[in-house]
Design a binder for this molecule. Structure first.
Ligand code: CMC
Length: 420
């Protein structure tokens, strides 16, 4: 009662205050903790940016040493995980496997389980809560690549690989994916760097559908593994993380560049969606798309050009000068990176996994921020719980939106035999 307007799609609802990522949709720019995404892509690594996103500042050398050592040493999974992975059908979509695997992982981490440990295990803002939170962060980032590589290898009937700790985060991932024998395998450094840049680009993107899902799920104080599994499920859809797979399927359907005009007409008649175009916040350009293009050139120098590239470029050109797309302010988003994944030899249905793995970082940054708000003055006594702070602002609650009911009025139950 009293609710008159429903904000479907959250077009005009802000649900949190955040210090993590800022997107300027008109300027076409993105900042992670204040740093332009272009600078991070050029100078940083995915793991360093992960630290930045989660803890709010670029790490010092000792801080980064501890963080990367912890993450890399948490890559190993329990031996029983093999049984879990082998229970999937040979043709299971790897996102179905990964989503399930995150929830499965939680069953091994009893200290993160609110039912076993009591409700307030992460939200007190004391040293023990912070350390407990850090441990789940190390585990989830460390194991994300392992779970992804296991989802890849199980479908090929291949043995699993113990994650190496002497390579970069991305290098270790490529090693786990490709490793064939006991001989020393070293990933191609240019491809490793390219994938690392793509991981960094995908690490966070403020309150997208999956980050919102993680926060909504986490607001019940469930363990972070369950919240990340929920985020993964949200990301799987073709309007979000599944778009990189959808882009390639769309390009395959279009085939040759000469078929582009007919496809554009079908989009305008709403018979098709132009995957890889449009964004809720970006209304001029998506800064990630330019970095993707530069990275693609570097990768294609090694792998050779993808046969779908010409079709993709024809599609881009046609859309950018068409009134339909201009009026709606639709521009290419990050998802044409599927062409890079394809050139690197990843299977098509694995592309959303390559989005989900790095996005674990952003989900955790949001989860940690929602659990504690740190007043970044280096003084631990100034760490207050999210709850305390929000109580000052009028109280924080479980994320439970309201609806405007438009269904039937009160009715009397009719036994089955009396219904017509
Ligand atoms: N192809 C055709 N028409 C489109 C597209 C598109 N890709 N995107 C938006 N439109 C139209 C839409 O039909 C609407 O037209 P009208 O006003 O006449 O009804 C108008 O443009 C506004 O779009 P919207 O759907 O209201 O915008 P939104 O903010 O709700 O949706 C989006 C954003 C990303 C879901 C949408 O642009 C889309 O479906 N894009 C294709 C899928 C895609 O590439 N997703 C990846 C997004 S970036 C990575 C990520 O964050 O996951």
């Amino acid at each position: 009662k009293g609710l008159r307007v429903a904000d479907g799609g959250f077009l005009n609802t802000a649900v949190i205050r955040s210090q993590i990522t800022f997107i300027d949709g008109e300027a076409g720019s993105e900042y992670n903790r204040g740093y332009p995404i272009e600078q991070l892509a050029l100078h940083s690594t995915h793991l360093e940016t992960a630290y930045l996103l989660i803890y709010g500042a670029l790490p010092t050398v000792p801080q980064f040493e501890i963080f990367s050592k912890e993450v890399m040493h948490h890559g190993v999974t329990h031996a029983d995980a093999e049984l879990f992975f082998r229970s999937f059908r040979y043709d299971a979509h790897p996102m179905a496997i990964l989503t399930s695997a995150f929830a499965y992982l939680g069953s091994y981490c009893s200290e993160a389980n609110p039912s076993l440990q009591g409700q307030n295990i992460f939200t007190k803002g004391d040293e023990a809560s912070l350390a407990r939170m850090d441990k789940q962060i190390y585990r989830l980032i460390g194991k994300a690549t392992t779970l992804a590589a296991m989802a890849y290898r199980v479908r090929q009937g291949r043995e699993f690989v113990t994650p190496p700790t002497n390579l970069s985060y991305t290098g270790s991932f490529l090693y786990q994916m490709d490793h064939m024998s006991e001989e020393n395998y070293v990933p191609n450094p240019i491809l490793e760097k390219a994938l690392d840049v793509l991981f960094l680009l995908h690490a966070d993107h403020e309150l997208n559908a999956s980050a919102t899902t993680v926060l909504q799920t986490g607001s019940s104080l469930v363990d972070p593994y369950s919240a990340i599994a929920a985020g993964c499920a949200s990301l799987y859809g073709p309007l979000h993380g599944g778009a990189n797979e959808a882009v390639i399927r769309m390009l395959i359907t279009i085939g040759k560049p000469e078929n582009v005009p007919a496809f554009i007409e079908a989009v305008k008649k709403r018979e098709k969606v132009l995957s890889g175009f449009g964004h809720r916040v970006y209304k001029t350009s998506d800064p990630r798309s330019f970095i993707v293009r530069k990275t693609a050139d570097e990768v294609f120098n090694i792998t050779g050009k993808d046969e779908l590239l010409e079709t993709a470029m024809a599609l881009h050109e046609a859309a950018m000068k068409d009134k339909y797309f201009i009026e709606r302010r639709l521009a290419p988003n990050v998802d044409f990176c599927g062409l890079i994944y394809r050139a690197m030899g990843f299977p098509l249905d694995f592309f959303p996994v390559l989005f989900a793995v790095p996005r674990v970082v952003g989900w955790l940054a949001h989860w940690r921020q929602a659990s504690i708000i740190e007043q970044l003055y280096g003084n631990k006594s100034l760490i207050v719980t999210f709850f305390q702070m929000m109580l000052q602002e009028g109280g924080v609650k479980i994320w439970r939106p309201r609806q405007i009911y438009i269904g039937a009025g009160k009715r009397e139950y009719v036994p089955i035999g009396g219904r017509v």
